[in-house]
Write a protein of this length. Sequence first.
Length: 450
Amino acid sequence: MASARGEFSSRLGFVLAAAGSAVGLGNIWNFPTQAASNGGAAFLLVYLVLAFTLAYPALMAELIIGRHAHANAVQALQRISPNAPVRMFGRTAGLIGLAVASLILSFYGIVAGWMIAFCISSFASVLGLESVSAWLVSFGFARNVIFMLLFMGLTIAIISRGVQDGIERWSARLMPMLILTLVLLVIYVLTLDGASEGLKVYLLPDFHRALSPDLILRAMGSSFFSLSLGVGTMLIYGSYIDDSQNLPLVGGMVTLVDISIAVLAGFLVLPAMYVALHNGVEIFGPGGELLSEDTLVFSVLPELFTTMGPTGVLVSILFFFLMTIAALTSSISMLEVPVAYCIEEHNVSRKTGVYAIGGAIAAFSTVILLNFDTLFGFVISLTTRYSEPLLGFVFCVYAGWILHRDKLLQELRKGNPGIEQGLFWKIWPWWVRVVCPTVILAIFAQSIWG
Ligand code: TRP
């Protein structure tokens, strides 16, 4: 049954695809800017603790449910439910997850489109096409729609090819390129004047700030979004892993790759900010707060790149190319959520499903662009602040309370016969039952009443 639905061909294939999903605009853009505006090393420290203690166990909940049920989130939650009301609840939660994944893609595609536009803009300036280059980096409806459609087209093209030929092959090609580009950029930026100032901010914690509840909540949300949790993405990827794989191990590898890339991106963005400062670019306001927190990548970094002279153009092309790759391996994992559901529940062909759903999401992105001021921020906070934590809570409850302990053990034993003796089995079952739901509810409560 599993192979008829498509399956990753190897452990490496799965790890690259899942890590590709996890590593995205969240790690390379969101994490470093959050760190920069929330006490640098203090944020890094809290983020690291939460990623291992909260996000990793929640990731395991999704992977285990997915592989156990060999189905998309809607069917998986229904399948493990003991009775009709719980089944109904699971189905509803799965459908909401599917809608949230589509909504996340609708704003993600817009931001990723900007990345492509900035990358091509640098190319255009190399060719001396200055007016084209300037148009590409200025905010406008035509540019926004064209590049959103381009990005969505790429996402649709990859997903229409299925699990092994599409998701796995492209993640395996793009992920190593991404890591290499990032490392080269970090090495380059660290040789520049002013970089050491940024390194200090990033590596010397101010413990005063590490204990602030606001910082802890932000770090939690960040780690959650970064591992693609709470919409069924990791659940569906889990359903494509074969039974011989050791789930806690592969989940751990994905978490490590995700965290490492976020931390590595911090070594690029924080020093780069201070290099920019050193070169006379304003990045802090009078109160010491970061200017243009949300758009740092699109304003401060290009300015930094231009101050670098001819090399700056190359660095700029590389950087925005890297962002595009990172966004693409994430966007394919979002689109797979509604697509897998349509294929498995409504028997549509993969191609039809992908074109119809991808088209509908692109149409919604256009609606967002037409009402940018009202819809853009609203969709982002609706999905990432409210829906994701609540659905993550539901996945943990299903793994901890509804999926029977024997079934969990049976599932984990498949790839690791000695699991019962290990630390993971001693801690994880009650952790996901008690600690994770409590902490996630706290995030949710904070975003409503905080
Ligand atoms: N994790 C990705 C990032 O850091 C974004 C992402 C991909 C995502 N799939 C997701 C976020 C599913 C939430 C849900 O950019």
